[in-house]
Design a protein around this ligand. Structure first.
Ligand code: SF4
Ligand code: SF4
Length: 318
């Protein structure tokens, strides 16, 4: 018997109201070919395993210490003692030397409180569907459904295709949250099973796009045009990051591109940059790349919104 198709999932969030219409279940797949400087989900970037550590779940080395014993590379040592979450007693939590760690995950297997864990969870389509089906009545009441996100879900194409097909077969509305960076023929193949593409536009100048994300933008723009030409619907998302892609020239160029593909656009969402993902970098022992960038002001966002709306686009700040 052929092995069952599995995808590497790193999270499933229920009752989401931000990633498409109505109440949704968001399925996040691991791995992305882009490395956006402002990425707020570093656990989604790599295709393989990671060792993550959530200090608030750790009971301390004196009370437990199983991770330190499990690590035969000497990568775990005691950190500086600090007060526990209740502020009642001092505990010493482990510190991971990421240069010594080879992500063997023995410590995560030994950790009883899941303070140490691998975000990657291989799941079959049916395992994901079991979670998706639990909220069927909420999708029906709210006009919601399933959003497949990442990472870049098109990077796990066979799994994503199978999942979208199964969702459609069971009558669920399907949104696909994508960078647009995947072969055009794959978008054409999956298009009949996707009701809405949540589609990012990050910078209109290709060399600047490559500096900010690691890849040029021509393929992304071509795919947006082809999806619209083939009858697909887009919810365009423009993450606006001060100093990087939120200057007037790029705002105007982004709006002009949206006007070009306007017939296929349901809404353009302007997403003001935020730093909510910074703590996730700590969990993985990775440096946060934009410590000195602040969120854009409300006034700035309203001006950008006006520019989009004045060009006849159905835009909103999200
Ligand atoms: S994952 Fe890293 S820290 Fe954990 S046991 Fe393996 S080498 Fe040690
Ligand atoms: S095994 Fe887990 S709970 Fe125990 S000390 Fe290590 S991180 Fe903390």
């Amino acid at each position: 018997m052929a092995p069952e198709l599995t995808g590497n999932v790193y999270d499933i969030q229920k009752f989401s109201v931000h990633d498409g219409p109505g109440i949704r279940t968001d399925v996040f797949l691991k791995g992305c070919p882009l490395h956006c400087l402002w990425c707020h989900s570093p656990e989604s970037q790599g295709f393989g395993s990671d060792l993550a550590y959530m200090e608030m779940k750790c009971v301390g080395l004196a009370a437990c210490g199983l991770c330190e014993k499990a690590c035969d590379r000497g990568a775990i040592s005691p950190g500086t003692p600090k007060l526990d979450l209740k502020g009642e007693k001092e505990i010493t939590c482990p510190v991971i030397d990421r240069d010594k760690c080879d992500i063997c995950l023995k410590c995560a297997e030994a950790c009883p409180s899941l303070a140490l864990y691998d975000p990657k969870k291989p799941m079959t389509v049916e395992e994901v569907m079991k979670v998706v089906r639990q909220d069927k009545k909420y999708y029906e009441k709210s006009g919601g459904g399933v959003t497949i996100s990442g990472g870049e879900p098109m990077s796990q194409f066979p799994f994503t295709l199978a999942l979208t097909r199964q969702c459609k077969e069971e009558g669920f509305h399907v949104a696909l949250d994508t960078t647009g960076f995947a072969p055009t023929e794959k978008f054409m193949e999956i298009l009949p099973y996707v009701d809405l593409f949540l589609y990012d536009l990050k910078h209109m100048d290709s060399s600047r796009h490559e500096k900010l994300t690691g890849v040029p933008n021509e393929l992304i723009h071509r795919n947006a045009r082809e999806i619209v030409k083939a009858g697909g619907r887009l919810q365009v998302r423009y993450p606006m990051v001060p100093k990087l892609n939120a200057d007037e020239k790029n705002i105007r160029a982004t709006a002009e591109f949206c006007v070009e593909i306007k017939d296929g656009i349901d809404v353009v969402q302007l997403l003001p940059y935020h730093k909510f993902g910074a703590t996730k970098y700590d969990r993985l022992g990775k440096p946060y790349k934009l410590p000195n960038v602040e969120a854009p002001s409300d006034e700035f966002m309203k001006e950008a919104l006006k520019l989009f709306q004045d060009m006849g686009l159905p835009a909103m700040i999200h």
